[in-house]
Design a protein around this ligand. Sequence first.
Ligand code: DGL
Length: 273
Amino acid sequence: MKDKNAPVGVFDSGIGGLTVAREIMRQTPNEKIIYFGDTARVPYGSKSKETVTRYSRQIVRFLQTQQVKAIVVACNTASAYALDEIEKETDIPMIGVVKPGAKTAVETTANGQIGVIGTEGTISSGIYSRYIQEINPEIKVTGKACPLFTPLVEEGLWQDPVTDEIARRYLEELIDIGIDTLILGCTHYPLIRSTVGRIMGDQVTLVNPAYETARELKELLEARDLQNDEEPHLGEDRYRFYVSDAANKFKRFANSIIKYGILSARIINIEEY
Ligand code: DGL
């Protein structure tokens, strides 16, 4: 029997998964979170399936030591490459970001033309197309890897002519196809949502899997009677952050997107798990 008041584990290759953690904080404010960002080994987007699976397995082992009651794989690449395997290895309920995003995109599209942008790993895995076509085989899915978006976001160039220019080049092809729905299939992309939205135009709806994933987590906790029913205690360390490197940089970034005042991020040696 799992402890209802145990934390939810959330992990990502680095800082990007904070966009998912932020949504979980908004939608389920009673839940405690243990976040792990693999800042020593980021990016996952250009690595092989085997490597990303090995990394993800180590992180799950670490989260198990924190007695988490559920795990959110808040990284598209890890969801694409590793989730199927790692979820079989534990009895902790696990959700990724891909399925919720795919489901919402299917509900959103009117013309049956969906675009997906993400890392090279996520796009080449074809996972979004697979999930979408499982729901509706008539829908056409076009993927576009946008590898430069991640470093641009990490450099803080969220609103910058350089990001505009690169986004225009990446997105041109999707505009020409006439998609009406675009999945932001990488944790970093919600942070450049306004740039992407402006370039795609009003006729294209952007789907942010972070939002849908938090909603799915809420449903999962409700279905299993695992919602935290304790009121937050004053001064309680509700959200705890762990990284594999560069804790100060992580903390700065986290504080720029999460408004809860992240006071510390502890470094752990993830290779030990
Ligand atoms: N978190 C990754 C994802 O959502 C993006 C950064 C990386 O390549 O590790 O796919």
